[in-house]
Ligand binder design. Structure first.
Ligand SMILES: [Zn+2]
Length: 150
């Protein structure tokens, strides 16, 4: 598990990236791939609107890039960080990639469709992942409320 100050540093970086992609018209979400020490390997953002791709969530974009760059679909040596809890599509993809740990900021919005939390997705799979949620949660939730288009 990463130290709390490192977790917060990483979530703050995700918040910065989320604000940048929101400024381009995308939903305000970002994800980081980090190694066991918390060093950032890759950064990614949600590009649903700028790429006209409903599946272009930050985590999915990150996994595509990671597989390309690292030449492997197995990311068990890495952890994922995002400014908000993943939707079930991303949660499933992350579990299939076998990420070791998952750190997130804001909890799922009530408006998430389908409403299946990361933890619920995990419980339906044989995979295990160490989950740490609620990092700078108030700050993350406030940013989403401010930047997400209704
Ligand atoms: Zn997602």
């Amino acid at each position: 598990m990463l130290a709390l100050d490192i977790q917060q540093q990483l979530v703050r970086r995700a918040l910065q990236l989320a604000a940048k992609t929101a400024a381009k018209g995308n939903p305000p979400f970002a994800a980081l791939l980090v190694d066991k020490s918390g060093a950032v390997i890759l950064e990614s953002v949600n590009t649903v609107h700028t790429t006209s791709n409903a599946a272009a969530h930050a985590e999915i974009n990150l996994l595509f890039e990671a597989s390309k760059r690292l030449g492997s679909s197995n990311l068990s040596q890495y952890s994922l960080v995002s400014n908000a809890a993943s939707c079930p599509m991303c949660a499933t993809a992350m579990l299939k990639a076998k990420v070791a740990e998952y750190y997130y900021g804001a909890p799922n919005e009530d408006s998430m469709v389908p409403y299946i939390t990361f933890e619920e997705v995990v419980s339906k799979t044989p995979y295990s992942v160490e989950v740490h949620g609620g990092i700078l949660a108030e700050e993350c939730t406030a940013q989403i409320r401010q930047l997400a288009k209704k």
